[in-house]
Ligand binder design. Structure first.
Ligand code: BES
Ligand code: MN
Ligand code: ZN
Length: 498
């Protein structure tokens, strides 16, 4: 899809030539004067007449009337150069590619160097370009039987630059790998619960393992019974679908050391169990495997880019159903490793499934653990749709995750992990822990519960209940699953040195 050419080859036939335009003196902007000259001054005239805008994220389209070989000129407004960041550039590229796709352009050239900012070199720019292209043009599958309107795909993107082609090419590949991983996560989250059962999620993981040569282990119900994974088993108790504990291992160094454990909540549908959800609250609960999807998406990026790191992904998967055999409030269960739990609320099932998975990640010698989960409605109330709630027992690890999230522009915000919260999850007349101390601070209670299982292992908890799905289309994607944290986890693994 992408090919890199030297900038002086810009004047070749294409549906469109794309340039970036900052506010301020245009004649000093890269490539602007050359192009304006070739267009007999019409470019400048269009800008002066207001047919082309330099406002941030505004995309203007003008026909080139055979003055140059590309049929149209797409100008991406970039605002003031001093305000430009790599993150803002990614969004601007997203807007651009959405527009190009909508207009049905399939063959474009883009003058990468015209987007240059003081904050970023061409290489990271190429990376976010490819990433934005993958993310913004992604289309979700559907099962409509009526004629679908024919949809165009961008087939060829020539990236024009004065930088060495091999360097830009490898950046484009990296960006594409990040976009691909996030889209994998989106694809999984979008699948309905009747199609994406725990068994199907495990099958998907098997395919990933084959494709990228990961080690894979799938624990069956009998294995869990033998190992004493009573928490995940309790959540599964009311279901006719067997549970799966999915483990993928990527070993990038000689020895299995400093392994990062990525743990993702894989509840394929959450009815709430006997603490049943309302008829409105239950709709959308197919997305309750969003954490698992992020982890698998990150594994895909890792599988493509093959860093010299070690990663173990652990995904506890089941649906949370009601039947004569389902678990109930007041039940006492024994989790993997022996801690007992008083069940107060069967709708606080994610933390139960994750508890066994976190302990299992430690059995696979994960030395740091990051869990990702659509864990609480409360985090949506607190932080909204675009900020992921986070907790940690280790500031050093937290800062690295935070850095990765700043780079990928998937913001996280830290919630307090204090003794007073720990005391409350330990309060039970009958067991070591209780799974739901009540309404107050419940996103924190959920995290604090998981902290009991991470124990001394450096751990970061990410609650994506608000961020896993977008209610409207946005710069980098359609309405629906966002694939949030797939990129951040992959970035963390790729960029963090132990
Ligand atoms: N899967 C839900 C959380 C959720 C809510 C995700 C809305 C996405 C959108 C989770 O299992 C849940 O039910 N949490 C309860 C916790 C409560 C019982 C302590 C909640 O948030 O109400
Ligand atoms: Mn629930
Ligand atoms: Zn849930």
């Amino acid at each position: 899809m992408f090919t890199v050419y030297s900038l002086n080859q810009w004047n070749t036939p294409a549906d469109a030539l794309v340039i970036g335009l900052y506010k301020g003196s245009r004649d000093q902007q890269f490539f602007y004067s050359d192009l304006n000259e070739q267009m007999k001054g019409f470019l400048e005239e269009c800008v002066q007449d207001g047919d082309i805008s330099d406002d941030y994220k505004k995309v203007s389209v003008v026909h080139t009337l055979k003055l140059v070989k590309p049929k149209r000129l797409y100008v991406v407004g970039l605002g003031h150069k001093k305000h430009m960041t790599l993150q803002k550039l990614r969004k601007a590229f997203g807007t651009l590619f959405k527009q190009i796709q909508e207009d049905g352009r399939t063959d474009i050239s883009i003058a990468l160097d015209s987007f240059k900012t003081d904050q970023a070199e061409e290489a990271p720019m190429a990376e976010v370009l490819a990433e934005a292209q993958q993310l913004a043009t992604y289309r979700l599958a559907d099962y409509k039987t009526s004629n679908r309107k024919s949809e165009s795909h961008i087939e060829h993107i020539r990236v024009l630059t004065e930088k060495p082609a091999d360097q830009i090419e490898s950046s484009l590949q990296i960006g594409k790998a990040f976009g691909t991983g996030a889209n994998t996560a989106r694809h999984l989250v979008h699948m309905p619960g009747n199609m994406l059962t725990a068994t199907e999620l495990a099958n998907f993981a098997k395919e990933l393992a084959e494709k990228y040569d990961f080690d894979i282990e799938i624990l069956e119900k009998e294995d869990m019974e033998r190992l004493g994974m009573g928490a995940l088993l309790a959540v599964n108790q009311g279901s006719v679908e067997p549970p799966k504990m999915i483990v993928l291992k990527y070993q990038g160094t000689e020895k299995w050391e400093n392994a990062v454990g990525l743990v993702g909540k894989g509840i394929t549908f959450d009815t709430g169990g006997y603490s049943i959800k309302t008829k409105d609250g239950i709709v959308g609960m197919k997305t309750d495997m969003g954490g698992a999807a992020s982890v698998l998406g990150a594994m895909e990026t890792i599988g493509i880019l093959k860093p010299k790191k070690n990663v173990v992904a652990v995904i506890p998967s089941t649906d949370n159903m009601i039947s004569g055999s389902a678990f109930k409030p007041d039940d006492v269960i024994t989790s993997f490793g022996g801690k007992t739990i008083e069940v107060r609320n069967t709708d606080a099932e994610g933390r139960l499934a994750l508890a066994d998975a976190i302990v299992y990640a430690k059995h696979h010698r994960a030395e740091t653990i990051i869990d990702v989960a659509t864990l609480t409605g409360g985090v949506v109330v607190a932080l909204g749709d675009w900020v992921t709630g986070s907790m940690t027992n280790n500031d050093e690890l937290y800062n690295k995750v935070k850095q990765a999230s700043q780079y990928t522009d998937e913001p996280i915000w830290q919630l307090p992990y204090l003794d007073v919260y720990q005391e409350q999850v330990r309060k039970s007349d009958i067991a070591d822990l209780n799974n739901s101390p009540g309404r107050k601070a419940h996103p924190i209670m959920a995290g604090a519960f998981l902290g009991e299982f991470a124990e001394d292992t450096p751990w970061v908890h990410l609650d994506i209940a608000g961020t896993a799905v977008s209610e409207q289309p946005y710069d980098l994607g359609p309405k629906g699953p966002t694939g949030v944290m797939a990129r951040t986890l992959a970035r963390f693994v790729l960029e963090t040195d132990e």
